[in-house]
Design a protein around this ligand. Structure first.
Ligand code: XBP
Ligand code: MG
Length: 222
């Protein structure tokens, strides 16, 4: 078995993208914008990784939208992030099936754990503290977030940074992802990928993955 498991967060550990979507819509309303991202629109927008980048990409595609400065986008994203934390805090977004068992099994096997995500440290901590308790991070040897690196997924930067911190060769690790962007990012770092299918990325092309599962409870028997 692999020396380390490197986990994506959004969609992989929990179905958080639906909460991100609702938090974006909350921020737009608060900011006086009549934008609304329904699930179909959000599915399309998820091709752009990173919340600030996603807002910018959407604005660029609008014909009649008001001008939006970088400061406006930062403010929208700040409101979005605060509301996301509130939503997570309600407990409405548990970890997906099999995740807690996999983390426990990995620890028992002596496998190291790491996180490679596009979202922020604050968002990771909100989710994981709610699900696993305040000391959850003690079980992880590397936690690399989008703003820690130059380029977000599908660039390999977060994965390369995790490998550097773990001091492991990519072939000794397995990346666990739910999206084509995540699969591309890990593959560019030469890390074998296991896909756990999630709500928004059912139709992505996962042909480059080693394994594709409906959820991580399928790993429990192995
Ligand atoms: C997650 C993302 C993030 C979230 C929003 O991708 O793309 O942008 O949608 O988070 P992955 P922020 O699962 O591949 O890490 O608003 O904090 O960017
Ligand atoms: Mg994901």
């Amino acid at each position: 078995s692999a020396a380390a498991l490197i986990l994506d967060v959004d969609g992989t550990l929990a179905e958080t993208e639906e909460l991100h979507r609702r938090a974006f819509n909350h921020a737009f309303a608060r900011h006086g914008l009549d934008w609304h991202w329904d699930r179909a629109a959000y599915k399309d927008l998820l091709r752009v990784t990173g919340g600030k980048e996603r807002i910018r990409a959407f604005h660029t595609r609008q014909w009649v939208a008001p001008p939006l400065s970088d400061a406006d986008i930062a403010e929208l994203h700040r409101i979005k992030t605060a509301h996301y934390a509130e939503l997570v805090e309600t407990g409405c977004c548990p970890l997906r099936a099999g995740v807690t068992d996999l983390l426990a099994a990995a620890k028992a096997r002596g496998q190291r754990l790491a996180i490679a995500t596009t979202t922020s440290h604050g968002n990771i901590d909100a989710l994981m503290s709610r699900a696993l308790g305040a000391r959850w991070a003690a079980d992880f040897d590397a936690i690399v977030a989008g703003d820690d690196v130059r380029h977000k997924k599908p660039a390999p930067d977060v994965y390369l940074e995790v490998l550097a911190r773990l001091k492991l060769a990519p072939s000794k690790c397995v990346a666990i992802e739910d999206s084509a962007n995540g699969l591309i990012a890990a593959s560019r770092a030469d890390i074998p990928v296991l896909i756990t299918r999630s709500m928004f990325f059912q139709d992505d092309d996962f042909s480059a993955a080693r394994v594709v599962l409906d959820d991580l409870s399928e790993l429990a028997v192995k």
